[in-house]
Write a protein that binds this ligand. Structure first.
Ligand code: DP6
Length: 357
C-alpha cells in the first residue's frame, strides 16, 4: 500500500462540525531514531500505549467557502501563536490527503493530563489527538469510511506531525515501520500487536520518574538528523530490527527476563547513538544513572522483574508487571523519589488507545 491510498475525495458541501478526542502518550520499547523524508523511519519500532498521560483536543470546523484554510490554536485555554510554525508544517504535509480542509477555518483547543513542562514529550499524544479530530470530520463528510481505514489514516496523518505519534492511536502495544514479525506492518502507519500478546503485558505499569522537567538542549527532530552520516547508524538499524525480532516472541511467551534484557539494551543503545553523534550530546543527568543503578540493585536483591527505559530525555520510565506494583511503589518512595525534581513522578499503565470524548 502506498500513500495514495490515503488521499481523500474533496467535498462540495462544507458543514459546521465539532469534535473532541483524547489520545495517549506512548513509550517505545524498540526505539525509532533516524528517519528519511517524509517521516519514514529507518527502523521499525514497538511501543506501549499509555493510559493516564493523554492530550485532549477539541476542534471546531467552520465552513469558509472561497477563503483559504486558517486555524487558531489554544493550549490550556491560552492562544499560542508560537505553535503555529510547527502546525503549519503539519497542515502543509497533510493537506494533499485531506483536500476538503481548504473549505474550513479551524479552532483547535488542546490540553494535557500531565503537568506542563514535565519533560514528557507531548507531541505524540497531541498530533494523534488532532489527527483523530480531522479523521472524525472526514468520516462525517464520507460516512462509508471503515474503522480500520479510520485508524490507519489517523496514524498516517499523526506520523506526518511527529513520527512516534503514529503509535498513539491504538493499544496496548503498537508497531510502526515495516518489519519481519508482522506482514501487515508499514512505514506509513502503525499497526497493533494483536491477540498473540501475553496478557501480563496488557496490564503492565509505567512509572515515569521526572528527573529533569526543563526543555531539552537537543530536540528529537535534531537528534534524528544526526543519524545521517552517523558512524554507527547502519549497525544500529540492523540491531533495532534484530531486537524487535527477538522481543516479539518473548512478549508472546511472557518471558520477563528476556523482555528486560532487550528493553534496557534498546534504551542504552538510543543514548549511545546520541553520545556518538557529531555534535555529540548527553540527555541523561547524574540522577538518571543513579536511578538505573538502584533499579539493577533492587532487581538483583528482590528478584522483582522491574526494568527501565528512557525516551529522548533524562526522565526514567520504570516498567513492571501489575502484580508487583505495591512492592515497586514502596521502592520508588523509599529510594528513587529523591532523585526526581521535587520528588515528582507519574504512575501510568498500558492503555487501550485513543477515544472520542
Ligand atoms: C526517542 O517522534 O519525537 O522517543 O518524528 O521528529 O517528531 P519526530 O520525532 P519523535 O522521536 C521519538 C524518539 C524516541 C523514540 C521513540 O519514541 O520511538
Amino acid at each position: 500500500m502506498d500513500s495514495k491510498h490515503f488521499i481523500s475525495r474533496n467535498s462540495n458541501s462544507p458543514i459546521a462540525f465539532n469534535t473532541k478526542w483524547e489520545a495517549p502518550s506512548n513509550i517505545a520499547l524498540i526505539k525509532y531514531w533516524g528517519k528519511t523524508e517524509p517521516q519514514i523511519p529507518k527502523n521499525p519500532s514497538l511501543s506501549f500505549t499509555l493510559s493516564s498521560s493523554v492530550t485532549t483536543t477539541a476542534v471546531t470546523f467552520t465552513p469558509n467557502p472561497g477563503a483559504t484554510f486558517s486555524f487558531e490554536f489554544a493550549f490550556e485555554g491560552v492562544l499560542k501563536p508560537d505553535f503555529h510554525p510547527k502546525l503549519n508544517v503539519f497542515f502543509n504535509r497533510i493537506k494533499p490527503y485531506i483536500p476538503w480542509i481548504d473549505s474550513y477555518s479551524l479552532k483547535i483547543e488542546s490540553r494535557n493530563s500531565f503537568p506542563h513542562s514535565s519533560g514528557i514529550a507531548s507531541s505524540a499524544s497531541a498530533m494523534a489527538a488532532l489527527s483523530l479530530c480531522l479523521l472524525d470530520m472526514e468520516k462525517t463528510l464520507f460516512p462509508e469510511l471503515d474503522p480500520t481505514y479510520f485508524n490507519q489514516k489517523a496514524s498516517f496523518l499523526a506520523r506526518l506531525g511527529s513520527g512516534s505519534a503514529a503509535r498513539s492511536i491504538e493499544g496496548p502495544l503498537c508497531f510502526w515501520g515495516k518489519n519481519s514479525c508482522r506482514k501487515d506492518s508499514s512505514d506509513l502507519y502503525s499497526t497493533p500487536f494483536g491477540p498473540s500478546l501475553n496478557p501480563i503485558f496488557s496490564t503492565y505499569q509505567d512509572s515515569i520518574l521526572l528527573v529533569d522537567k526543563g526543555s531539552k538542549q537537543v530536540s528529537s527532530t535534531q537528534g534524528h538528523q544526526l543519524m545521517h552520516n552517523h558512524p554507527f547508524a547502519e549497525k544500529r538499524f540492523i540491531q533495532a530490527n534484530q531486537n524487535l525480532s527477538k522481543l516479539v516472541p518473548l512478549m508472546e511467551a511472557g518471558d520477563l527476563e528476556g523482555f528486560i534484557e532487550i528493553v534496557e539494551s534498546e534504551a542504552l543503545s538510543l543514548h549511545a547513538m546520541m553520545m556518538t553523534s557529531l555534535p555529540y550530546f548527553i540527555l541523561m543527568q547524574p540522577q538518571t544513572l543513579s536511578i538505573i543503578q538502584k533499579v539493577w540493585d533492587f532487581r538483583k536483591t528482590t528478584q522483582t522483574p522491574l526494568c527501565f527505559t528512557l525516551d529522548a530525555g533524562a526522565n526514567v520510565h520504570l516498567l513492571y508487571p501489575k502484580h508487583t506494583r505495591e512492592k515497586v511503589a514502596a521502592f520508588i518512595e523509599a529510594e528513587l523519589a529523591d532523585f526526581c525534581q521535587n520528588r515528582q513522578y507519574l504512575i501510568d499503565a498500558v492503555g487501550s488507545g485513543a477515544k472520542k470524548v
